[in-house]
Every structure is written in C-alpha cells, then in structure tokens.
Write a protein that binds this ligand. Structure first.
Ligand code: NDP
Ligand code: MG
Ligand code: MG
Length: 341
C-alpha cells in the first residue's frame, strides 16, 4: 500500500520559514508561486532577461529577479522552467549561485532520472509533482481544494528533506487532496508513460480516429465532434467519481454492452504490446534522448508535429462549435485558439 500524506502530516512552518525562489512562471511556476505566497511563504520568481513572463508575475505583486539573483537569495530553489531547458539553466545560473545547504525542488523527475542534472552531494533534492495541469493547481487552491501531488526525495544531505518536501506540498495545496510517497524514477517513468500511452497520446489519437471514421463515412463533422470529443469529458468525470464501474452504471445498457463487446476490438491486445514498447523506450532513455536531441537541434521535429496536429479537421470544427459555449472561458490561461499552427 502506498504511503499517503495529508495536511495534518506536514508542518507548514518549515517552508514558511524559508526563502523560496521559483524559477519559471509558466503553467506550474505561476501556480506554485501564487499558492506558496497565499500560504504565507516568502517567495520570489527567477526569470531570464527580457522574459515575457515578468509582467504577469509582477501584476500579481510577486518580486521578480534574474535567475542568478533569485537563487542567491533562496534557501529553496524550485525548478519550473520547461524540462528541455532545465539543464542549461541549472548549469549556468543555478549551480554557481546555490547557497550551501539549499534545497532543490523539482515538479517532474525527468532531468534527474535521465542524468541531465547532477546536483552536488551537499544539497537536498526533492520533488513535489502535482498530478494535474498548472492552471488547475492554482484554480483548485483558490477554491479551497487541491490537486494531488506525488512526493520524492532523491538526496537527503540534511536529513530533513522529507519534512521540507511535505511542508512544500502542503503549501501549494497538494496535501488537501493527498500526497503519495514515490521515487524520482517511479514518478518520471509513470508520468511519461501515462501522458504518452493514455492521457495525451492515447486519448488524442483515439479521438482523432473516431472523428475520421465518422466523417469519412459521411456523418456531419459537428455531430462527430460532440460524439467523440465533447462527451468524453462527461464520461471521464463519471470515471473519476466512481471508477469505470460508475461510468458503466450511468450509461444505457446498450452503451454498456457495446463497451464490453467493442472496446477490446478497438483497443486490441496488440495495443497493450505497443504500450509496453513505449514504456521500454521510456525506461531505456530512448524517448528522453529523442526529445532532448530534437530540442538541441532547434526543436524542428517538435514544431512540425505541433503544426500537423493543429491542422487536423477536428480542430476547425471544434473551434466553431465552442464559440457557442458561454461557459468555456479561456480566462485562466494564455492559451490562444489555433496559436500552435
Ligand atoms: P512551462 O513551459 O509552462 O514554463 C514556461 C516558463 O519557464 C516561462 O515562465 C518561461 O519564461 C520560463 N523559462 C523558459 N525558459 C527559461 C530559461 N531559460 N530560464 C528561465 N526561465 C525560463 O513549463 P511547465 O509549467 O509546463 O513545466 C515546468 C515543470 O513542471 C516541468 O518539469 C514539467 O514536467 C513539470 N510539470 C508540468 C505540468 C504542467 O501542468 N504543465 C504538470 C506536472 C509537472 P519566458 O517567459 O522567459 O519564456
Ligand atoms: Mg508530464
Ligand atoms: Mg451516445
């Protein structure tokens, strides 16, 4: 059984007594910085020169400094720049300015697990990884709730790394929902697998194929969109509330029977073998190497894949239909429809 932590298992005063620097003010960075601040923590944001994020952080009343200056002032440095740039920022600006006895906090284990960042022996290295997008980490905190976190300690030079990690997890609201003890290896490999095989890669491809099959058979794209994309959220909400069993309980007997007989035809055992191959490439570092090599070469493959995805016909159909949804407001993010193309 996994070891779980809740608010009562963590001492908020530990992190409240430290100076924290959050490096990066994107999806996770803004959520951690604002939640920490609202939990009474002394926080500053570290950004590169000319950063487009500076105005957003300042608008919220946060102190902003260069990465080097923020690190020099801090007891706790939280690395929330994108995974692919972390090793450069670490080598050039964090490591040379890190205080003796400082703690490094990660939001994902990628750079430690694959050896792109190798911290000095004397620093504590911990991870507090929210299991949800950054904008929800902030929204849930403000609503008095939290997004679950997983917590790990890679290096415990002080002997007190776990106490600090739990205190930090509480301050960002994660322990309201619950924290699970893990390792950098387990977090990194399961996180990459989940997003590739099921949550992002698997779900996106499933929805696109469903849309293609219906529209190629002559059905209206608008009907196909509602059927295979929009309704997915309603189904997933039921799964989150009560498991796959509750979803099957709520749908019609016709839908439930169709689930049993057609689910395994669509997602055949071969798909499970493909998933195992994806997991293998995560475990042996092949995925990490491909991602980082492309990034180091300017991210051309990434840019092409992004543009191709944005051109899928389901995006244009959805864009039109969503204009009619008064309840979908992009107010809590900077996402711009069609901006990826
Ligand atoms: P983002 O892509 O949203 O981070 C962008 C931020 O990083 C911006 O403020 C950007 O500033 C800054 N940044 C970019 N390059 C640099 C640099 N060279 N030096 C300093 N700052 C820089 O990252 P995410 O929030 O998506 O990811 C952060 C970490 O959290 C990752 O480890 C990720 O795996 C993890 N994570 C992310 C989740 C998510 O919801 N997205 C979920 C769970 C974990 P500028 O304006 O200057 O470009
Ligand atoms: Mg991830
Ligand atoms: Mg139906």
């Amino acid at each position: 059984m996994a070891e779980l932590f809740y608010d009562d298992d963590a001492d908020l005063s530990i992190i409240a007594g430290r100076k924290v620097a959050v490096i990066g003010y994107g999806s996770q960075g803004h959520a951690h910085a604002l939640n920490l601040r609202d939990s009474g923590v002394d926080v500053r944001v570290g950004l590169r020169e000319g950063s487009a994020s500076r105005a957003k952080a300042e608008e919220q009343g946060l102190a902003v400094a260069t990465v080097a200056d923020a690190v020099r002032e801090a007891d706790v440095v939280v690395i929330l720049a994108p995974d692919q740039v972390q090793r450069h920022v670490y080598r050039d600006e964090i490591a040379p300015n890190l205080r003796e006895g400082a703690t490094l906090v990660f939001g994902h284990g990628f750079n430690i697990r694959f050896g792109y960042i190798k911290p000095e022996q004397g620093v504590d290295v911990v991870m507090v990884a929210p299991k949800g997008p950054g904008h929800l980490v902030r929204r849930e905190y403000e609503a008095g709730r939290g997004v679950p976190v997983i917590v790990a300690v890679e290096q415990d030079a002080s002997g007190k790394a776990w106490d600090l990690a739990k205190s930090y997890a509480r301050a960002i609201g994660g322990l309201r929902a619950g924290g699970i003890k893990t390792t950098f290896t387990e977090e990194t490999e399961t996180d990459l697998f989940g997003e590739q095989a099921v949550l992002c890669g698997g779900a996106s491809q499933l929805v696109q194929y469903g849309f293609e099959v219906l529209t190629e058979a002559g059905y209206q794209p608008e009907v196909a969109y509602f059927e295979v994309l929009h309704e997915l959220k309603l189904i997933v909400d039921l799964m989150v509330e009560g498991g796959i069993a509750k979803q099957r309980w709520s749908v019609s007997d016709t839908a439930e029977y169709g689930d049993y007989v057609s689910g395994p035809r669509v997602i055949s055992p071969e798909v499970k073998e493909n998933m195992k191959a994806v997991l293998g490439d995560i475990q042996n570092g092949a995925f990490a190497k491909r991602f980082i090599d492309d990034q180091d070469a300017g991210g051309t493959e990434f840019a092409e894949l992004r543009a191709k995805g944005e051109q899928h016909p389901i995006e244009a159909t959805g864009r039109e239909l969503r204009k009619m949804f008064s309840w979908i407001k992009p107010s809590d993010s900077d996402y711009v429809e069609g901006s990826a193309a």
